[in-house]
Design a protein around this ligand. Structure first.
Ligand SMILES: CC(C)(COP(=O)(O)OP(=O)(O)OC[C@H]1O[C@@H](n2cnc3c(N)ncnc32)[C@H](O)[C@@H]1OP(=O)(O)O)[C@@H](O)C(=O)NCCC(=O)NCCS
Length: 188
């Protein structure tokens, strides 16, 4: 990969045919992942959910999902293939989900993240998430605490501007060239 031959990242709705790759990425993550059954059940409930994959030259390199309740979008899962980390894949996925949340009239975003997951917390802070509390022993595999984070006022113009800046920003910690992101499914 080089500047003259940029690899494209396409962000698109998660389908059943992506789940083999999604589960492979889940298995490579540092935490206990979701099962095939859980992903299948979630994909069936598409009215109040949005699950996306990021594909690099057709290969699934990351995924994320959000559920929508009243005025809150809840980020419920996200992971990037270890081979593709620090290249803006998770940023692209979260930009697309935040646009989708705005399109659906959400005003806030929320999530739980492992207290020891500094990488994810740094990503979320760049999207305006701030910690508001801790759920003690939240995670079943080992009893790690969860930090609860919220990003409020995502329906405003200021947040739209933040998303535009995030979408345009090359990853500063990249160990390889950033990849251009196309999000045909996401609307600003
Ligand atoms: C967290 C995770 C999804 C980030 O994916 P990614 O595609 O590498 O993220 P991006 O390239 O978009 O990184 C965006 C920002 O996140 C932060 N970040 C990502 N990885 C980081 C790391 N290892 N250390 C510190 N900050 C990190 C940085 O602020 C980064 O911006 P920068 O590269 O300009 O410094 C990925 O590390 C992962 O899959 N981890 C395992 C699963 C997981 O923890 N999921 C989240 C559950 S709540």
């Amino acid at each position: 990969m080089n500047d003259a031959d940029p690899t494209m990242v396409a962000i698109e709705p998660m389908r059943r045919r992506h789940l083999r790759s999604v589960l492979r990425i889940e298995a490579a993550a540092e935490h206990e992942g979701w099962s095939l059954g859980l992903f299948l059940a979630e994909l069936r409930r598409d009215t109040d959910r949005c699950y996306l994959v990021a594909r690099v030259d057709g290969v699934v390199a990351g995924f994320a999902g959000m559920l929508f309740t009243d005025v809150d979008g809840h980020l419920v899962t996200m992971a990037t293939d270890p081979a593709w980390r620090r290249r803006g894949i998770a940023t692209g996925l979260l930009v697309a989900l935040a646009h989708e949340a705005r399109r659906r009239g959400m005003r806030n975003l929320t999530l739980e993240v492992r207290a020891g997951n500094a990488a994810a917390q740094s990503l979320y802070r760049s999207f305006g998430f701030a910690p508001v509390g801790v759920r003690r022993g939240y995670y079943a595999d080992g009893g790690e605490d969860a930090v609860v984070m919220w990003a409020e006022g995502i329906d405003g113009d200021g947040y739209a501007e933040r998303l535009r800046a995030l979408a345009a920003r090359p990853p500063s910690g990249a160990t390889a060239p950033a990849v251009p992101i196309s999000t045909p499914g996401a609307r600003p």
